[in-house]
Design a protein around this ligand. Structure first.
Ligand SMILES: [Zn+2]
Length: 459
């Protein structure tokens, strides 16, 4: 934990996302012992001194971003290999994922972390894709990022290769994972229960894992979709819609985060609102994957019912970027288009999902998600000296509609500067890129996963 104090001085704007949603023009922030100790007008903090002062007159400051569903492991090594005409790449995805070695996963994880922090993500949920967290611990420590980890478990037949165990073993594994990982790295690591999905886990397993999460005061996340076919299948299997099924087996609650959650009907949304279960939606994955947001996306209705929604980037082969600013942009524009109503998902709502509301969805809002006295100092400083930030009158609109993660200038997590004027200092990037390229070549050869390199001839 840094004992160094830090002052972000005279920021062009501070978008606090505090309870009054104040945007402070010419604002300053004082960071002491890793927390925000003061935030206000620069003039009011003029006499506050610190070990380091960042001149922020050309910077816009936001809370650090949360990424509620972000698989990092195999995908960086083989990013972009699936041609569009392949359709769903899922069977290949899990085959590649299962074939990763410890050393390979360490390298791809490092690359994932570099991309995440450089785009302003300070906390992300890896939904059980990391097979070798021990090997990745040093990477988490070096990057300084907050990570929510879990052991992906299933106890049923699945259409693709997933880690499958006897029910009791899946529960034991989860319990030991929570015991080992919860609270490490000064609390920056959290551990959750991570059953893959309702289709691949028995009701008994889901129920037991929910109980474990409750007893350990932690959360549970799983993949969840509905829609006409899934509702029909679920009705035939257990007499309920997919969401009501989860409620019927006692698996919904404020510590449960459902991922994707497309195709919910009104009763299912009511069910989430009633139980306090939250959602992590991946708007770019939904769009790129042709999941039919126009028909199946219910983000406006979820938010209207005050269901807490976080945004996610899913995977480097799904969305494919790890840039929450672009996810905010997609969330803000896709409902306007699909429902022909420009009032839907205003820029402010998109920013809330990436910050405070996302933090509430992930159960970490007591620590992060807004810039307020007493909260941990997780901050993103955007560089406005770039064409896409001109002209600047409304910083929220410019952030969500004009910018992307490339204007992230400086990132602070837990009071530590992890990206400093565009540079991170925890890894040699060109060396890492070469290593991951080589891993990708070997992984494809080893698993026999090959596709034409491009639909156009590479000469
Ligand atoms: Zn996922």
């Amino acid at each position: 934990m840094p004992s160094e104090s830090l002052k972000i001085d005279n920021a062009r704007y501070i978008i606090t996302v505090d309870p009054e949603r104040r945007i402070i023009q010419d604002g300053s922030i004082l960071v002491e012992n890793g927390s925000v100790s003061r935030v206000g007008k620069a003039a009011a903090l003029a006499n506050a001194t610190a070990d380091r002062v960042i001149d922020a007159r050309n910077l816009v400051v936001t809370p650090g971003f949360l990424n509620g569903h972000m698989h990092i492991s195999y995908a960086h090594a083989v990013r972009g290999i699936f041609p569009d005409n392949l359709g769903s790449p899922l069977s290949h995805v899990f085959k590649l994922q299962m074939a990763m070695t410890e050393e390979e996963e360490h390298a791809t994880t490092l690359l994932g972390l570099v991309e995440l922090v450089k785009n302003g993500t300070v906390c992300f949920v890896d939904p059980g894709s990391t097979k070798f967290p021990d090997a990745c611990l040093q990477a988490y420590q070096d990057a300084g990022i907050r990570v929510i980890l879990g052991d992906c478990v299933t106890d049923q037949e699945a259409p693709f290769p997933l880690p499958r165990y006897a029910t009791a073993e899946a529960v034991t594994r989860t319990m030991s994972f929570l015991k080992k990982w919860q609270g490490r790295l000064d609390g920056r690591i959290r551990a959750w229960a991570m059953p893959f999905s309702p289709e691949t886990c028995s009701a008994d397993l889901l129920r037991q894992l929910k109980r474990v999460a409750d007893e350990r005061h932690t959360c549970l996340t799983l993949h969840h979709n509905s829609g006409p076919q899934a509702r029909k299948d679920s009705q035939a299997r257990n007499g309920h819609t997919p969401t009501e099924y989860l409620e019927s087996v006692g698996v919904l609650g404020p510590n449960v985060v459902l991922a994707h959650s497309l195709g919910l009907d009104d009763a299912e949304i009511e069910c989430l609102a009633r139980t306090g279960a939250t959602v992590a939606m991946c708007p770019v994955t939904a769009a790129k994957g042709g999941r039919g947001v126009a028909e199946f996306g219910r983000m406006p209705e979820l938010l209207a019912k005050r269901v807490k929604v976080a945004l996610g980037c899913d995977s480097p082969n799904n969305s494919n970027h790890l840039d929450i600013v672009r996810a905010m942009n997609m969330a803000a524009i896709q409902y306007k288009d699909s429902r022909q109503d420009m009032r839907l998902i205003p820029a402010e709502s998109a920013l809330e999902m990436a910050t405070l509301v996302g933090a509430q969805a992930l159960g970490v809002a007591d620590e992060i998600g807004s810039i307020e006295t007493g909260k941990r100092a997780d901050l993103v400083l955007f560089d406005t000296q770039r064409p896409e930030w001109q002209a600047l009158f409304n910083p929220v609109n410019n952030l969500v509609y004009n910018a992307d993660g490339r204007s992230v200038h400086t990132v602070i997590i837990d009071g530590r500067v992890v990206v400093d004027a565009y540079r991170q200092s925890f890894v040699d990037e060109p060396k890492l890129y070469a290593m991951v390229q080589e891993i990708g070549e070997k992984l494809q050869a080893r698993t026999g996963t090959t596709f034409p390199r491009s639909r156009w001839q590479i000469v």
